[in-house]
Design a protein around this ligand. Structure first.
Ligand code: LLP
Length: 427
């Protein structure tokens, strides 16, 4: 976990630095990311899966050049899903053959850049894309390594999963109705492509492994059909990301080694039953690596008690730096971090400064009743999908990401300025 503690004055310190100092030097709101924690989590995933498997960090959760370097140093691969993420990865020196390129509508230009760069795999998401990638690769005189993303009819979120016959969603090619088998047939015929495996991603914030079990069963079923029809055993399968983290104390996430063990066992068992060689497994955790490593530091601006209801605590950010509460009804906790307090806990709703009543950061939480303007509060577990989904709504300036490590802080993504905003404004 993050190296967080309180000093004698009640000020929370992270990575050896008091949050009050971070606020003074870098301002608020700010995402404060613990580099040692990030590296430890990345390494944990890497060692849990071992040399016979690959871990691709999902860059959509949070990507910057510093993060790419940490991943490279810790031996992880990288999943990107846009030309922008690809450019970030390459510019920070991630070897192209350790990059996987995803997306349900990659542009021809993006595909060309990925093939030219020599990415390790492109994950094909539609029939049209199979042909598109094959043509571009042939044009460039390449044979591109690809996987086909299939939808296995499993949708998993948190504690539940549903397995259905077909899935009504934009990603992947359904196994149902023989569509995935047809996609494989076509991919195997095209010289621009080297089909190396099948990909499946079943959802987000998952705690229950049974969804992966059904997914693995169905993917291995496809591998077996491919072997029977074409005499080819595809060497890889990717089971996607989606492993859950603790946003509040109600969540109980699984450790990487348990996940690695469970996934390896499921795939091995299914392959033995189908008399297939066990393929190389890969996974794509994003949230589970970066989510818990950062918190958002805000300054309280106003407090507004509403009799018999709750107190609204307004901070200097909001839905522009964390859209997840408004978008998914996500749950977060909050703590007073610039001092300790003996005051009674009081029911609060932490809201932002945007012109929208749905601009909520933490829906229901408790803070000491004496919380007041000028206090610093922190919302934990905002490392994933907060900076990466941040917006300029109301011309908010997107906050910096400050990395702390061994008593030192440094900015890895700087705060936006008004000049940054105005630079795009023409005329
Ligand atoms: N692989 C694929 C193909 C994915 O689509 C995703 C996430 C991941 C890996 C990483 O999933 P993770 O391990 O981070 O859960 N914005 C939403 C999450 C969208 C996830 C989309 N795909 C959120 O804030 O919860």
């Amino acid at each position: 976990a993050q190296t967080v503690s309180r000093d004698a004055d009640g000020v929370v310190t992270v990575g050896g630095i008091p949050v009050t100092r971070i606020a003074e030097e870098y301002g608020t709101p700010a995402y404060v990311l613990d580099e040692a924690d990030f590296r430890a989590r990345a390494r944990n995933w890497r060692t849990a899966f071992g040399a016979d498997a690959d871990v691709f960090y999902a860059g959509k959760a949070f990507l910057s050049r510093a993060v790419v370097r940490w991943l490279d140093e810790e031996g992880l691969n990288l999943d990107v899903c846009s030309g922008g993420e690809l450019a970030t990865a390459l510019s920070a020196g991630m070897p192209a053959d350790r990059i996987a390129f995803h997306g349900n509508n990659k542009s021809p230009e993006e595909i060309r850049r990925a093939v030219e760069a020599g990415v390790g795999r492109i994950v094909l998401d539609s029939f049209q894309e199979i042909v598109r990638v094959a043509h571009i690769a042939r044009d460039l005189g390449r044979r591109q390594r690809v996987q086909i993303r299939v939808t296995v009819g499993v949708e998993a979120h948190t504690h539940e999963f549903i397995a259905t016959a077909h899935e009504d969603q934009k990603f992947g090619i359904p196994l149902a109705g023989g569509q995935a088998a047809e996609a494989v047939r076509r991919a195997l015929q095209l010289d621009g492509l080297e089909l190396i495996g099948i990909h499946s991603h079943i959802g987000s914030q998952i705690f229950d492994m049974s969804g992966f079990e059904v997914a693995a069963h169905r993917v291995v079923g496809l591998l077996k059909d491919i072997r029977d029809e074409h005499g080819v055993e595809l060497p890889e399968i990717d089971l996607g990301g989606g492993l859950g983290i603790a946003y509040t104390s109600d969540d109980d996430p699984r450790e990487p080694h348990e996940i690695a063990k469970a996934l390896t066992e499921i795939v091995t068992r299914e392959c033995e039953a189908a008399k297939l060689r066990t393929p190389r497994i890969s996974v794509e955790p994003g949230r589970a690596i970066v989510g818990p490593t950062a918190f958002t530091l805000y300054e309280v601006g106003t407090t507004k008690p509403l009799d018999g209801l709750r107190t609204y605590v307004s901070v200097d950010g909001g839905m522009s730096d964390n859209i997840r509460t408004a978008l998914y009804d996500a749950e977060y906790s909050v703590a007073l971090v610039s001092r300790s307090s003996d005051a009674e806990p009081m029911l609060v709703r932490v809201v932002g400064k945007h012109c929208e009543s749905g601009d909520i950061v933490v829906k229901d939480a408790f803070l000491p009743a004496d919380v007041a303007p000028g206090d610093l509060i922190a919302v934990p577990a905002t490392g994933a999908y907060c900076r990466s989904m941040a917006s300029n709504y109301n011309h908010a300036l997107r906050p910096p990401v400050v990395a702390v490590r061994d008593g030192e802080a440094r900015v890895i993504v700087r705060r936006e300025t008004e000049e940054d905003l105005l630079r795009l404004d023409v005329g």
